[in-house]
Design a protein around this ligand. Structure first.
Ligand SMILES: [Zn+2]
Length: 135
């Protein structure tokens, strides 16, 4: 990885603004997990754009919420601790999501005990891959 500039960096603005198509968005999102340079860049961009305040009032997808929380945590601490904090934040979110999900599964199991098992397993796998991929 080059130190000064990353080829993804010019896409970060569009990423933040939601201007990327879904597959592009996913690419950048995946890339951000491993590129410290872009993580820093994203943090600076989100701060500049007032991203946090403008998005807080809207209903946003979970991955955006996660990004916001990660950004909040990241800006307050030393970069070398970002990775650790990201894990903590991710874990907190995953934990709360899993709890509510588990509650939903429990209730679904009560209601559809006979025929919903495969769907539930699929849902759980999807959830896990959302939060644990690339780690
Ligand atoms: Zn990068």
């Amino acid at each position: 990885m080059k130190e000064k500039e990353c080829r993804f960096s010019k896409r970060l603005n569009a990423y933040i603004d939601g201007e990327l198509k879904m597959d592009e968005f996913q690419k950048v999102r995946e890339h951000l997990k491993s590129c410290h340079l872009c993580q820093i860049e994203l943090r600076e961009l989100t701060t500049l754009n007032g991203f946090l305040s403008s998005y807080e009032e809207e209903e946003v997808p979970e991955y955006i919420n996660q990004r916001i929380l990660t950004t909040i945590e990241s800006t307050a601490i030393h970069p070398q601790r970002v990775w650790f904090t990201r894990r903590v934040v991710n874990f907190s979110i995953a934990a709360s999501v899993l709890i509510s999900f588990a509650a939903g599964v429990f209730m679904s199991n009560q209601a559809f005990a006979q025929n919903n098992d495969s769907d539930l397993e699929f849902g759980q796998e999807t959830l896990f891959s959302m939060y644990y991929e690339g780690e």
